[in-house]
Ligand binder design. Structure first.
Ligand code: PAF
Length: 293
């Protein structure tokens, strides 16, 4: 369903564009341009991406598009929060210049035949739990890069596999775009900022803290090696599975950042400890970079 275009706020920024033509007009003489791709439901985490973009570019574009291609048939596409008016206010406060909020028929004028495949890295972890997810992500990000033609694009480190795959796509497909990563933003209690946090009941939110706790406890065990990291983090998630409400672990893995394959127990150097779990009907993810001496 098409949302009405909100009226411009007190300033004339951000300019809201719905079509590639409007976007190109808004970007005339834009100078160095940064893109922050989002699916809307903007929160503090997104604001931190916008601030990074603002520091590095003359013009900041935020795209807002809930991309159907990256949702599986049983996922939350229909209930994904959509509120362009509130998102516009947030963008205005962050000094965003242009919002690109296309309709589905603009991004997918025909049934998508040609897609960007994510390769073996895209079938690990999130890709294993959500088949086709990264094909959907890379395909829409490629389209956004073609439409916006940014000099740089900012992605959050919470979706770490997405970040690494986009970096790889840019190299493998020769996109002239610099990829900037923004650190994970956490609430005071450690929960990673996510548009899906709004689904959580107060009790589920308490359960959701097990994800960041598992990562913290795992990272603290890094001095004792990769196996100790996994065991320590797993113990937290096992306890959370028994709690009320239970936290249903999807995956907990210690992986090589270059491949997203599991690292061996005698691994030395950097690794990503990644977790995904369901709390009630909400699927949450989180990760931390650990260095194993
Ligand atoms: O991270 C997201 O919000 C989405 O995966 C993205 C990058 C906007 C593509 O739809």
């Amino acid at each position: 369903m098409t949302e009405p275009t909100p009226q411009a706020t007190t300033t004339d920024r951000p300019v809201i564009t719905r079509t590639p033509r409007e976007l190109r007009e808004a970007l005339t003489g834009a100078g160095r341009t940064a893109l922050v791709p989002t699916m809307g439901a903007l929160h503090e985490g997104h604001c931190s991406l916008m601030r990074l973009a603002r520091e590095q570019a003359d013009t900041v574009v935020v795209s807002i598009f809930v991309n159907p291609l990256q949702f599986g048939p049983d996922e939350d596409l229909d209930r994904y929060p959509r509120d362009l008016a509130t998102d516009t206010e947030i963008c205005a406060k962050e000094g965003v210049d242009v919002i690109f909020a296309p309709e589905e028929r603009t991004m997918y004028p025909t049934e998508q035949m040609i897609t960007v495949e994510a390769g073996s890295m895209g079938r690990r972890l999130e890709g294993a739990s959500r088949p086709g997810h990264f094909t959907g992500v890379l395909t829409v990000v490629a389209k956004l890069f073609h439409l916006v033609r940014p000099d740089l694009a900012v992605f959050g480190a919470k979706d770490v596999q997405q970040l690494f795959l986009v970096r790889r796509m840019v190299v493998d497909l020769n996109f002239p775009v610099e990829i900037v990563s923004a650190p994970i933003l956490r609430d005071h209690d450690g929960l990673a900022s996510s548009s899906r946090n709004v689904y959580l009941t107060p009790e589920e939110r308490v359960g959701a803290l097990s994800l960041s706790r598992a990562l913290r406890v795992g990272a603290d065990a890094a001095l004792d090696g990769a196996r100790a990291v996994r065991v320590a983090a797993r113990a937290v998630m096992d306890a959370a599975a028994e709690a009320d409400p239970p936290v249903a672990l999807d995956h907990l893995a210690l992986v090589d950042p270059a491949t997203f394959d599991d690292v061996p127990d005698d691994h030395e150097g950097e690794a990503i400890l990644a977790v995904a779990a369901h709390v009630g009907t909400t699927r949450l993810i989180d990760n931390v970079l650990v260095t194993i001496p």
